[in-house]
Ligand binder design. Structure first.
Ligand code: ASP
Ligand code: MG
Length: 420
């Protein structure tokens, strides 16, 4: 699908790639290479690394403020980095110009801080590209209908890049970052993890939402619905690029399931340590109780992940356990405290010492036994499973967080993913 035949590309560079003037020069090398091989190129950049955090801290120091002014501040990192890169290219005699979200325009809704993209006009960018002036687009930002600057949420430049790629009908969206691709598991924990050469959108979505932070989840959703291939690749680790300019071995391509030939049942092992669980003991077992509890949690935007309800021993009471993000534990507890007058229960037990490990792969659709294999692998290591969820392409379990590394290594090897 990709190989040699792509000629319109979006190149996105993350914060670590834009961290200083030397690194920006390395970024310019990549752009120059693609541009000189007569590709049509548009570029999207993140802020210099650490800059968005710095801006957020400035805003937070003022206290509660207007979210649209907050966006005006925190989007500014990308204005700086896009113009620095344009300057670097121009100094080399390559025509380029910085383009802010509002100049495209890239329209979003009004949810400041995590705005969704509504529309991306392609005319301005197309005009620049056709006169061989490279647009260097500030990622992460857009403009609302009432003419205010908005931002797309942390990591949002990935989504900008994919949205630009859709709008320009690009053949490929190249995401340049500080890792050389997507791995079968976190290499910091599983030493034998290996780079995946192709992965499906759906698997990538599961990996991203299970904690593999390479791509913003929304960017993968967008790429999936428009069928835009993404390639995750390193800005720095490609010494042989000039000699070996075969796309096939570079990075990880995220694409349609159909264009992946490899016949693997499991593609990756993901994990998340930011999990917590609450058990509600001796809860009234009658219709409407669960609706009330989870309805109230949802109203306060507490995202519940797994739910386990025990069979009631006496027909009147039961224990209900659910998991959620650790950061939302406090909110959830206060909601449940407030509910005590309406639904009766004996007590709440909370725990933060849990972690989630997931086995992911589209091959599960046609292969039985993955869950069984996962459970027996954990059992062999003496690891107890506290809760389970499954989807068509994923099995996740909650375990004691002290065993997470052991569990990941064991599963990685049991499913044949270890590097030879
Ligand atoms: N600069 C923004 C952030 O740090 C957006 C991005 O890097 O994708 O979240
Ligand atoms: Mg990022």
């Amino acid at each position: 699908m990709l190989d040699k035949n792509y000629n319109k590309i979006v190149m996105k560079f993350g914060g670590t790639s834009m961290a200083d003037i030397d690194k920006i020069s390395k970024v310019a090398d990549h752009i120059e290479r693609e541009f000189n091989s007569s590709k049509k190129v548009a570029v999207v950049v993140s802020a210099m690394s650490g800059e968005t955090d710095r801006l957020i801290n400035l805003v937070d120091a003022i206290g509660k403020i207007d979210n649209s002014e907050r966006d005006a501040v925190i989007s500014s990192g990308e204005q700086v980095s896009s113009a620095l890169l344009a300057l670097t290219l121009k100094a080399r005699g390559i025509q380029a110009r910085s383009v802010q979200g509002w100049q495209i325009p890239l329209k979003t809704d009004e949810v400041h801080g995590s705005a969704r993209i509504l529309d991306v006009q392609s005319k301005y960018l197309d005009d620049l590209i056709s006169r061989k002036e490279i647009p260097i687009i500030a990622g992460f930002q857009g403009i609302t209908d009432d003419n205010r600057i908005s931002t797309l949420g942390r990591g949002g430049s990935d989504t900008t890049a994919v949205a630009i790629a859709c709008s320009l009908k690009a053949d490929l969206c190249d995401i340049y970052t500080d890792v050389d691709g997507v791995y079968t598991s976190d290499p910091r924990i599983v030493e034998l993890a290996k780079k995946i050469s192709k992965i499906s959108f759906e698997e990538m979505l599961e990996m991203a939402s299970q904690g593999a932070k390479v791509l913003q989840t929304r960017s993968v959703e967008l790429a999936m619905s428009y069928g835009i291939a993404i390639r995750v690749r390193s800005t720095f680790a490609e010494n042989n690029l000039e000699k070996n300019n075969k796309t096939i071995n570079i990075g990880t391509i995220v694409t349609n399931e159909d264009s992946i030939l490899e016949d693997k049942v499991v593609s990756g092992i993901a994990y998340s340590k930011n999990e917590a669980k609450i058990t509600i003991q001796n809860l009234d077992d009658k219709p409407g109780v669960a609706a009330q509890i989870f309805g109230n949690l949802a109203k306060s935007a507490v995202n519940v992940d797994m739910i386990v309800q025990n069979i009631s021993a006496d027909g009147k009471h039961t224990d209900l356990t659910f998991t959620l993000q650790e950061a939302e534990l406090k909110t959830a507890k206060s909601i449940l405290d407030d509910l005590k007058s309406e639904v009766s229960y004996e007590k709440l037990i909370e725990s933060k010492d849990i972690a989630k490990v997931s086995v992911i792969g589209v091959g599960m659709r046609s292969h039985a036994g993955v869950a069984a294999e996962m459970f027996s692998t954990l059992a062999e290591k003496g690891i107890n499973i506290q809760a389970i969820t499954t989807s068509e392409i994923k099995v996740s379990v909650i375990i004691d967080s002290q065993y997470i590394e052991l569990a990941m290594r064991a599963l990685h090897s049991a499913f044949g993913l270890d590097q030879k």
